[in-house]
Ligand binder design. Structure first.
Ligand SMILES: N[C@@H](CCC(=O)N[C@@H](CS)C(=O)NCC(=O)O)C(=O)O
Length: 205
């Protein structure tokens, strides 16, 4: 299995952190694709990932899987322990609910803010839109408040235990630094949760 990924890019990191939390980083061959050098736009890489995005997982039979959550679903299937996506229908649904909320209402909103305003992203986001940036910022900040309120009474994002939803939120909070935003320093409960997640060590390379 080969994982096409870009070090420090948030979507590939979702898969890398997930593999690390499973203790299975060594099970895949990592292939670096530089987004800044636009290596993801080459004809060779488009054969792997037609939409020119990382991550992509290529199985030994040549099947290519993109979309970080879909890759994690595959990895959860072949490496079931420790379980990170739920064991029974209720847990699976609750973990997916929170993971999607974080992805759609926090991570993607933040990405919209970053991509539409940061000079580094100008070559990739054409044209950048200040209105889209402002909308993304407002939505991401509002969701950070909601997540803080949720974490006031929970040690983990979903199902009262460590799961993929914690990994997605951890990545999104770390990603926020590119805009000099540290939501875990602004929000007490998010901060306590973040410190506990850092202790777990799944983010350490
Ligand atoms: N929904 C996709 C998003 C993948 C994605 O946007 N990846 C970014 C890196 S974090 C990328 O490839 N960006 C390239 C570009 O914007 O041109 C997933 O979950 O994997």
């Amino acid at each position: 299995m080969k994982l096409y990924q870009s070090p420090k890019a948030p979507n590939p990191d979702r898969v890398v952190f997930f593999l690390r939390a499973k203790g299975k980083l060594d099970a895949v061959e990592m292939i670096d694709v530089s987004i800044m050098d636009q290596q993801h736009k080459t004809p060779e890489y488009r054969e792997v990932s037609p939409y020119s995005q990382v991550p992509a997982l290529v199985l030994d039979d040549g099947t290519a899987i993109t979309e970080s959550r879909a890759i994690c679903t595959y990895l959860e299937g072949i490496f079931p322990e420790p379980n990170l996506m739920g064991t029974d229908p209720k847990e699976k649904a609750l973990i997916e609910m929170w993971d999607r909320r974080i992805e759609l209402m926090f991570f993607i909103q933040f990405a919209g803010w970053f991509r539409n305003s940061h000079p580094m992203m100008a070559p990739l986001e054409v044209p950048q839109s200040p209105e889209a940036a402002a909308k993304g910022e407002k939505a991401a900040r509002a969701m950070a408040k909601r997540l803080d309120a949720h974490l006031a009474t929970h040690d983990f994002v979903a199902a009262d235990r460590f799961s993929i939803a914690d990994i997605t939120l951890y990545i999104a909070v770390g990603f926020a630094r590119v805009m000099k935003w540290e939501p875990h320093k602004e929000h007490e409960h998010l901060g306590r949760w973040h410190a506990a997640m850092t202790e777990r060590g799944f983010a350490k390379g």
